[in-house]
Design a protein around this ligand. Structure first.
Ligand SMILES: O=C(O)[C@H]1CSC(c2nc3ccc(N4CCCCCC4)cc3s2)=N1
Length: 436
């Protein structure tokens, strides 16, 4: 055993059984029993969706998709800004075992065509905002049979509303209590396909499995690396749902029964007002917004006694910015996480109560990490800079239809070479230096 290979601690809870879809179904069903338990709130419109409604809609949509001919081998796509409805097709597909391609809603038509040609979805779920772009693109795709608009009451020409699709395909006497998610091999089965900007060339399709998802769910419930589980805890997120950071934090929040207050566009006053009004305990930010808040005079105008955690991810956060934001929000420190789209979610996380300024955290359960000197191939010890490599059950299955790109990033022993330079200190806290 090489002492320079660092292993995450054993999980507080062993990995739950079942597919990601079965685990979500079990959790959402539990919170659906709590009267008035809110799943999602749109901070812009103040509209809510309860866990009870989320359960009903995801089961009805799953039933409709099966009747429409979607199977465990199918792929669908979601192309939408953050919304109350965003996760209804994602969760319904997870129950069935169909893969969901989460497409960047900011893509232009050329980028959309490139990424949809990777996943070849039979159905595309879009929003009234993305419909015009999706409509143009659909004409050029021969594998997409139908477009469904998530946030529209009535149909637009050649696209059906979500409600209408469910009305057409779900049995009238369908009873949610009779619904059961499919069972399949979670190690192999693709759950989500996300776009990785990748170090070079056009974005690639990252295939993430139900096993990857199950490991993330375990981290969410972990008292050291995740959140304390108390249904009704309010979280505010402005992170795009189509990106790994937003996708797997939000899916994890559903398993914890949290109220997810979402924003699709950052507005400073609304953000701070929402923290106050919904008594938010934890909020997610990306470093550019952290920099913004480090200087914001508005923060002091709000009374935020419930705010316990500001979490940063999606890119390295400088020590100064982190400390400036913690001070401004009267918090001891900021929690950080580091991950790649290719590792599903964060594989380095600030353990609860163990914050080291400037550090992005420690190795999570079910993972190993090493720092490699690429010139010599040696595995380096503490305080020596090299390429960060990771091995564990959130490493992606591979890139869509791109074996050589997959083998270029994941070596024969299963180590994923991150392309990031960093080191760990004598207490195994990691620091990211730069992209290679
Ligand atoms: O940088 C990237 O490409 C993306 C891929 S997935 C990813 C991250 N996922 C996560 C998931 C969770 C977190 N946390 C940060 C603070 C600790 C509490 C949990 C949230 C940080 C990150 S950073 N970053």
């Amino acid at each position: 055993m090489n002492k320079n290979i660092l292993y995450g601690p054993p999980p507080v809870h062993p990995l739950d059984d079942g597919t990601g879809g079965e685990q979500l179904y079990k959790c959402i069903s539990r919170y659906a029993q709590i009267p008035g338990c809110i799943a999602l709130t749109n901070a812009h419109t103040k509209e809510n969706i309860l866990y009870k409604d989320l359960l009903d809609l995801t089961c009805r949509l799953a039933e409709s998709l099966k009747k429409y001919g979607i199977t465990t081998d199918s792929t669908i796509a979601v192309c939408s800004e953050n919304s109350l409805q965003y996760f209804i097709p994602v969760i319904a597909a997870l129950y069935i075992g169909a893969a969901t391609a989460a497409v960047n809603n900011k893509y232009n038509e050329r980028e959309l065509i490139n990424c949809l040609n990777l996943s070849k979805p039979t159905l595309i779920f879009c929003s009234t905002e993305t419909w015009p772009k999706v409509r143009q693109v659909k004409e050029k795709l021969n594998f997409t049979k139908k477009v469904i608009i998530l946030d529209n009451k009535d149909n637009s020409d050649s696209a059906q509303s979500l409600e209408d699709f469910i009305f057409d395909y779900c049995d009238k006497d369908f009873n949610v209590r009779q619904f059961k998610p499919n069972t399949f091999n979670r190690d192999e089965h693709v759950a989500l396909i996300l776009n990785s900007s990748g170090s070079s060339g056009l974005p690639k399709g990252v295939m993430l499995t139900h096993k990857n998802l199950a490991v993330r769910f375990s981290h969410c419930k972990d008292p050291v690396f995740g959140n304390q589980i108390s249904p009704g805890t309010a979280i505010l997120t402005v992170i795009p749902f189509h990106h790994g950071f937003g996708m797997f934090t939000t899916l994890g929040y559903f398993t914890c029964g949290f109220q997810i207050v979402l924003m699709h566009t950052f507005e400073e006053h609304l953000f701070l007002q929402s923290l106050q009004d919904y008594k938010v305990q934890s909020t997610l930010l990306v470093p550019t917004l952290m920099t913004f808040f480090a200087k914001s005079p508005l923060v002091d105008k709000f009374y935020l006694p419930h705010l316990q955690e500001i979490a940063s991810g999606g890119a390295p956060l400088s020590r100064e910015i982190g400390q400036a934001v913690a001070q401004r929000f009267k918090l001891k420190s900021i929690r950080q996480g580091y991950g790649l789209t290719e590792t599903t979610s964060a594989i380095l996380l600030t353990p609860e109560g163990e914050t080291v300024p400037g550090s992005t955290g420690k190795v999570v359960p079910f993972f190993a990490a090493k720092v490699v000197d690429n010139a010599t191939g040696r595995i380096l010890g503490p305080n020596q800079v090299g390429e960060l490599c990771f091995k564990g059950d959130m490493n992606m299955k591979g890139y869509c239809n791109d074996i050589e790109a997959t083998n270029a990033i994941i070596d024969k022993e299963g180590w994923l070479h991150s392309g990031d330079l960093g080191y760990y200190n004598e207490n195994e806290h990691f620091f990211i230096i730069d992209r290679i």
